[in-house]
Ligand binder design. Structure first.
Ligand code: NDP
Length: 311
């Protein structure tokens, strides 16, 4: 089955990068078709209050921010399909994007499928999501003033988030499953030198404890002795890595060693002319809604100019 209409632009993914791209592209009369995914909106949908997105003096919830951007994109003519892309074929132009057996054709494709934070996979972790459990210290740290929180992980993100959280929390407990860190030396040294950070080596979280108010503790297991111990913490921050959502594209696009799409420096160009990438799917450093939105704007402008040069 094929939808034979040739689209100027198909945007895959509907977080702040995709939606900003859609707003710009729609206003440039490209009538973008957004395939928003079955879990539309991306990581903002699991974020409670967003207090650092410029323009919202009193904050906004993640879902409301997404809904507002989506309405704005729709107002200028973006069309939406709430399904997941199952396959793409970038071997020739026009590009082919598939949802099951249905094929869509496009002159340009913008990929903004984001990245997903990794979680431990505990049922209790899921239960307290956004009620003490978070995978983003920059987003949620300020809600944990003068309480004890835990950060799980041993990479650069864990060091960075632990340091950041000491601005708010009384003590940050850094919990790592081994006795040495994967993070770079400078980041480890900084964390170890911070008097508000207490390191727990060889420990893993086996259960998140809480009540109707949210998280109030963690059950930690010693990975060497097997002994378990209960600790009182009011927050749990996961910093065990992110997984970029690039499985569908890996056959066609150049990815870095951790699976993120490689874009040309200072632009959203991928290795395939006419295919662009924006947001967390190509950024493992900043990972903010506002930086994703900014790169979505860049993708629209890049695609628009590319279309003008390659009609
Ligand atoms: P990493 O993959 O580097 O580290 C993940 C950490 O989480 C590891 O220590 C790992 O343990 C631990 N971990 C993984 N799964 C589990 C689990 N199920 N239970 C407990 N612990 C687990 O991810 P990061 O997000 O830290 O970094 C990603 C990339 O981004 C890196 O290249 C990093 O250098 C970069 N980065 C750079 C920054 C900077 O330069 N300012 C800041 C942040 C990130 P183990 O070590 O045992 O495998």
């Amino acid at each position: 089955m094929s939808d034979n209409q040739l689209e100027d632009m198909i945007i895959i993914g509907s977080g702040p990068a995709g939606l900003t791209c859609a707003i710009y592209a729609a206003r440039a009369n490209l009538k973008p078709l957004m395939i928003e995914g079955e879990e539309a909106g991306g990581q903002l949908m699991v974020t409670t209050d967003v207090e650092n997105f410029p323009g919202f003096e009193h904050g906004v919830t993640g879902p409301n921010l997404v809904a507002t951007m989506r309405s704005q994109a729709e107002r200028f003519g973006t069309r939406f399909i709430t399904r997941n892309v199952t396959k793409v074929d970038f071997s020739s132009r026009p590009f082919k994007v598939f949802i099951g057996q249905t094929q869509y054709l496009a002159k340009t494709v913008v990929i903004s499928t984001g990245a997903s934070a990794k979680y431990l996979g505990l049922e209790s972790e899921r239960k307290y999501m956004n009620r003490g459990v978070s995978a983003c210290a920059t987003c949620d740290g300020a809600f944990f003033k003068n309480v004890e929180v835990a950060v799980v992980g041993g990479g650069d993100t864990a060091m960075e988030e632990a340091n950041f959280l000491t601005r708010f929390a009384s003590t940050v407990h850094l919990i790592h499953r081994r006795d040495s860190f994967r993070a770079s030396k400078i980041m480890v040294d900084r964390a170890l030198a911070n008097p508000k950070i207490k390191v727990h080596y060889n420990k893993e979280v086996v259960e998140v404890l809480g009540d109707e108010k949210g998280v109030n503790g963690l059950m930690l297991k010693d990975t060497v002795t097997g002994a378990t111990e209960r600790h009182q913490f009011q927050g749990l921050f996961l910093a065990i890595g992110h997984k970029p959502n690039t499985d569908v594209f890996k056959e066609w696009l150049r990815l870095d060693e951790t699976g993120y799409i490689k874009t040309e420096k200072g632009s959203t160009y991928t290795n395939i002319p006419g295919v662009f990438a924006a947001g967390d799917v190509q950024d493992h450093v900043y990972r903010q809604a506002i930086t994703a939105a900014g790169s979505g704007c860049m993708a629209s402008i890049d695609a628009e100019r590319w279309l003008e040069a390659n009609p």
